[in-house]
Design a protein around this ligand. Structure first.
Ligand SMILES: [Zn+2]
Length: 612
């Protein structure tokens, strides 16, 4: 049940809860009471849960929508109240659901209860004082992050840099000392969170234990239809599949950055974290001009095409909708066009970060964006609409099941469709006269790899760090050291200056103070290529994978719809099978997709060091 979905870079408020299942641990012995009576009791309980969560969910979505479209103290307060009510109810239901542990029930009821039980991200302890304390800790960390500013000159408060300014400098500056100063500056916002984070971990673990989990990390990992430890192993397996490709990209980018910045970038060691165009080095797209392959540029710009053809914001959304209708989905309802926000209003403050909404859990779907005529927004529209079509596809299920198969799936769907925005697609919709030939592929693939491949190790390590914190494997005295050990191990990244335990660098990433799990973004990155490969095959595409678009393919659309309409009612391997014909996640689709780039990188790297 997910109404408001936002991205991995900024993260976002997911009102309500994301549900998933704990299958392997819940097959129990029959209860002492007669099975029929327990089935009846469970039905009554679940009817109440579904009804209450629907009511509170709709109220939360309405309040959230208004709060983000008309930012005032009052709408913020109304939103906070509605969110708290939904969260409290969910917490109570999750705890209540444990009274059916070990009771044999019809499969559908069993799954609803199991999903409910693992639906919490934060389990507050039963002790009401401690519950209040942990809730306050999270809101304080959130607000410390939200208000985070770096002031180059403390005497001049009007010249402080907030995250937008820091982001802009790191994306566009090519001056190493400036980049270093900005990077270090942003990391001064988080040391005050360290003590709060340690206490938060302690209290949230207490709540998780009361629900029967080993710790909060185990509770998060329990959402994936397998025992928590098996899920960690599954992520390692996927990472091992894609690691060789990441190593090649890393080595090539390091070589080009060394040409640009000299000895600041080592020949063989890790890349300094401040030179990759992004505060967290999670998306390297901004340094494309520094690493662009010669004579392999795509030769067109979607931004220019949109401008030249006078395609306005609303036209862009219509084109996005047409993608989905072309593969067999019903058009969006009239209310979508009446109630969505498409352009930045001039008369008030709004939250412009793109998001997709499902206000009534049925048909009142909307997007909220401040659309500009750019390639990025054109792709984002296709992405956000993916959430809306998913939401509509599972609308007939019990409320508990109105969510994606696991939290990676929701993000993956929109991205899967965005992968179909190929040059050939642009030709088919009349934006581009002629698709560039294969000699231009390396440019297209490089810019995509700087986003999708570069992200993978980062997507993995945020939760690797948190799982260790929650399990007690590391103590506050090792927070920062472990953070950088993991960044070195997975990303091959090093800080530009010495870091100590006085600092708290994990807190400089939104999802840590916001307490939003992060593995979903790693999964989404893997899954979208697996989906794209399967759907392209269903569409009969025989081009290289990166040139396949499923536009106008009813076969691909039908396969997609079968999966979407399952929502969360089945374990995710079954949903995966419906779309990809296999129950296991497979990162080899990424390798297929980037095969031409991988070959090219290999040639560029002849005799050069790879790894760190
Ligand atoms: Zn999204």
């Amino acid at each position: 049940m997910q109404m408001n979905v936002t991205g991995r870079a900024v993260g976002g408020v997911v009102i309500g809860v994301a549900f998933a299942l704990l299958a392997a641990c819940t097959v129990g012995a029959p209860g002492a009471v007669a099975p029929g009576a327990r089935t009846e009791e469970a039905r009554t309980f679940l009817d109440n849960v579904n009804g209450t969560l629907l009511k509170l969910g709709v109220a939360g979505a309405q309040a959230g929508w208004v709060a983000q479209n008309f930012i005032t103290e009052d709408t913020e307060a109304l939103d906070a109240r509605a969110t708290q009510q939904a969260a409290d109810a969910t917490a109570k239901f999750a705890k209540d659901s444990t009274r059916f542990d070990g009771v044999t029930l019809p499969a559908d009821q069993r799954r609803q209860l199991d999903v409910l039980k693992v639906s919490l991200v934060l389990a507050t302890p039963a002790d009401s004082k401690e519950a209040e304390e942990v809730t306050q800790l999270v809101s304080r960390m959130r607000s410390t992050y939200g208000k985070g500013k770096w002031c180059p000159d403390p005497a001049k408060a009007d010249q402080c840099h907030n995250i937008d300014e820091v982001t802009r400098v790191i994306a566009s500056s090519r001056n190493e000392p400036d980049l270093r100063r900005e990077w270090e500056g942003w990391h001064t916002i988080s040391p005050p969170m360290k003590k709060d984070y340690a206490r938060f971990a302690e209290l949230s673990n207490k709540g998780a234990k009361e629900l029967g989990f080993a710790d909060t990390g185990a509770m998060w990992r329990a959402k994936y239809d397998m025992p928590p430890d098996a899920f960690s192993k599954e992520l390692d397996r996927l990472w091992d599949q894609v690691r060789p490709l990441y190593l090649e990209l890393h080595a090539y980018v390091r070589m080009k950055l060394r040409e640009k910045y000299g000895d600041v970038v080592p020949e063989k060691g890790p890349i300094p974290a401040h030179l990759l165009g992004n505060i967290w080095a999670q998306d390297w797209s901004n340094i494309y001009p520094l690493v662009a392959p010669q004579k392999a540029d795509a030769g067109y710009s979607v931004t220019d095409l949109l401008k030249r053809h006078k395609v306005g914001p609303l036209d862009m959304v219509r084109i996005g909708e047409r993608f989905y209708t072309s593969i067999g989905f019903a058009p969006l309802p009239k209310t979508f066009w009446e109630r969505s926000l498409f352009v930045r209003p001039h008369d008030r403050e709004v939250v412009c970060h793109a998001s997709a909404w499902d206000i009534d859990y049925e048909s009142d779907v909307r997007i909220k964006m401040c659309i500009e005529q750019t390639a990025e927004d054109f792709s984002t529209i296709h992405h956000e609409l993916g959430h809306n079509f998913y939401q509509r596809a599972y609308k007939d299920l019990p409320v508990i099941f109105r969510d994606s198969a696991n939290d990676g799936f929701h993000e993956a769907i929109g991205d899967t469709i965005a992968l179909s925005v190929t040059p050939e697609y642009l030709v088919r919709i009349g934006l581009l006269d002629k698709a560039p030939d294969a000699t231009r592929d390396i440019g297209l693939l490089m810019s995509r790899a700087l986003d999708k491949v570069a992200f993978l190790p980062f997507g993995l390590l945020i939760d690797q760090w948190r799982w260790k914190v929650f399990s007690g494997e590391i103590t506050p005295a090792e927070y920062n050291k472990t953070w950088w050990d993991l960044r070195l191990k997975y990303q091959g990244i090093a800080p530009p200056s010495a870091r100590s335990e006085e600092l708290f660098d994990p807190g400089a990433k939104f999802h840590v103070p916001d307490n939003t799990p992060y593995s979903r973004y790693f999964l989404a990155d893997i899954l979208q290529f697996q989906f794209h490969r399967a759907l392209s095959k269903a569409a009969g595409c025989s081009s290289p994978l990166h040139r396949c678009s499923i536009y106008e393919s009813k076969e691909a659309g039908q396969r997609l719809n079968t999966m979407l309409s399952m929502g969360l009612s089945k374990a995710w391997p079954e949903a995966l099978e419906a779309i990809a014909g296999t129950k296991s996640m497979d990162a080899s689709a990424i390798l297929d997709y980037f095969a031409p780039l991988s070959k090219w990188l290999d040639e560029q790297l002849k005799g050069r060091p790879v790894g760190w």
